[in-house]
Design a protein around this ligand. Structure first.
Ligand code: ADP
Length: 302
């Protein structure tokens, strides 16, 4: 078998035909592992069901990290409903190969790079009808063939639920730091969160914590919080499930407006309660991942 290095790919390797399926898979995984060496932290964002604001949280946590000067990659593996590009206002972009090889991710900021299925679709109105193996190979390509460069954080936006994509991500990306679980504040959140926590543990992903999104409405007139859907379900779930609680993101009508017009909320409303809540969640994430690697909170802040 040819020696694996970053510039070799199975499709261009002269001895490809002589490799067994097992050798080829091993080779692919070695290429992926090489690529991952330049990515310090890998975190998946998941939810038990759709519509709880998982993508909103993934986008705003990623932008909050990038605002601190960290090098961030956001990998949108919600293959059937890739909304990350729309929320960042970059949905008309297309992924292109670089002359030096590999695929260039889309740069939203110089230190914030994005890949998504949406950048590959010719017609965004047509549904993607793909089975597991195709999705698995796309996820492999999103790691192996994308020119991520050095990253402090790779955030992975998973589709809701417990389907193929999280399984593939856990298989392809070794040494994940863990998962962030997004839920809503109602009591049923406990049910959804329990499933996500159990699933995450089955995948051997440590749970970085639960984010309670849409927690109280910020009145656009007086700025006070109204408990529209109750509050506290996510926090209660975290307590009962024995995982960290990363905080509450209030409902803010500006989040909807910003998502629809493709402007990340934490950039356009940096002083809002919700942006502060995103920042607090990011601080906790940083402390968690550094502590897991045996570093102090001071090192996390550096
Ligand atoms: P999911 O990824 O879980 O399906 P999305 O992130 O696409 O959910 O969010 C669904 C809708 O809810 C979007 O219109 C988004 O703008 C809105 N949304 C998400 N979080 C909030 C929030 N905290 N306040 C107001 N609207 C929100």
């Amino acid at each position: 078998m040819a020696e694996c290095n970053e510039s070799t790919s199975c499709s261009t390797c002269g001895s490809e035909g002589s490799c067994s399926v097992d050798e080829k898979q091993k080779h692919e995984q070695e290429l992926i592992d090489n690529k991952l060496k330049t990515i310090k932290h890998r975190i998946a964002v998941m939810s038990g069901k759709g519509g709880v604001g998982k993508t909103t949280v993934a986008v705003n946590l990623s932008v909050t990290l990038a605002k601190q000067g960290l090098r961030v990659g956001l990998m949108d593996v919600d293959i059937h409903g890739p909304n990350v590009p729309k929320m960042l206002g970059i949905e008309s972009k297309k992924l292109e190969g670089s002359e030096a090889g590999g695929i260039n991710p889309i740069e939203f900021l110089p230190n914030f790079k994005v890949v998504s299925m949406a950048f590959l679709l010719q017609d965004k109105d047509l549904p993607v009808v793909w089975r597991g193996p195709l999705k698995h190979s796309l996820i492999q390509q999103f790691v192996k063939d994308v020119n991520w460069g050095e990253l402090d954080y790779l955030i992975i936006d998973l589709p809701p639920g417990t389907g193929d994509e999280p399984l593939s991500v856990a298989q392809v990306i070794n040494d994940m730091d863990g998962s962030i679980i997004v839920t809503t504040p109602q009591d049923v959140a406990l049910l959804d969160s329990r499933k996500s926590v159990t699933f995450s543990r089955q995948l051997k992903l440590p749970v970085v914590g639960i984010v309670e999104n849409m927690s109280g409405l910020i009145c656009p007139h007086c700025g006070e919080a109204i408990d529209l859907f109750k509050i506290g379900g996510g926090e209660k779930a975290a307590r009962e499930l024995g995982v960290p609680f990363l905080g509450r993101i209030p409902i803010d009508p500006e989040i909807v407006q910003d998502s629809d017009r493709g402007a990340p909320f934490v950039l356009s409303h940096p002083d809002s309660k919700a942006a502060k809540a995103f920042k607090e969640a990011v601080d906790k994430v940083q402390v968690f991942v550094e502590a897991a690697k045996g570093n102090s909170p001071q090192q996390a802040a550096q």
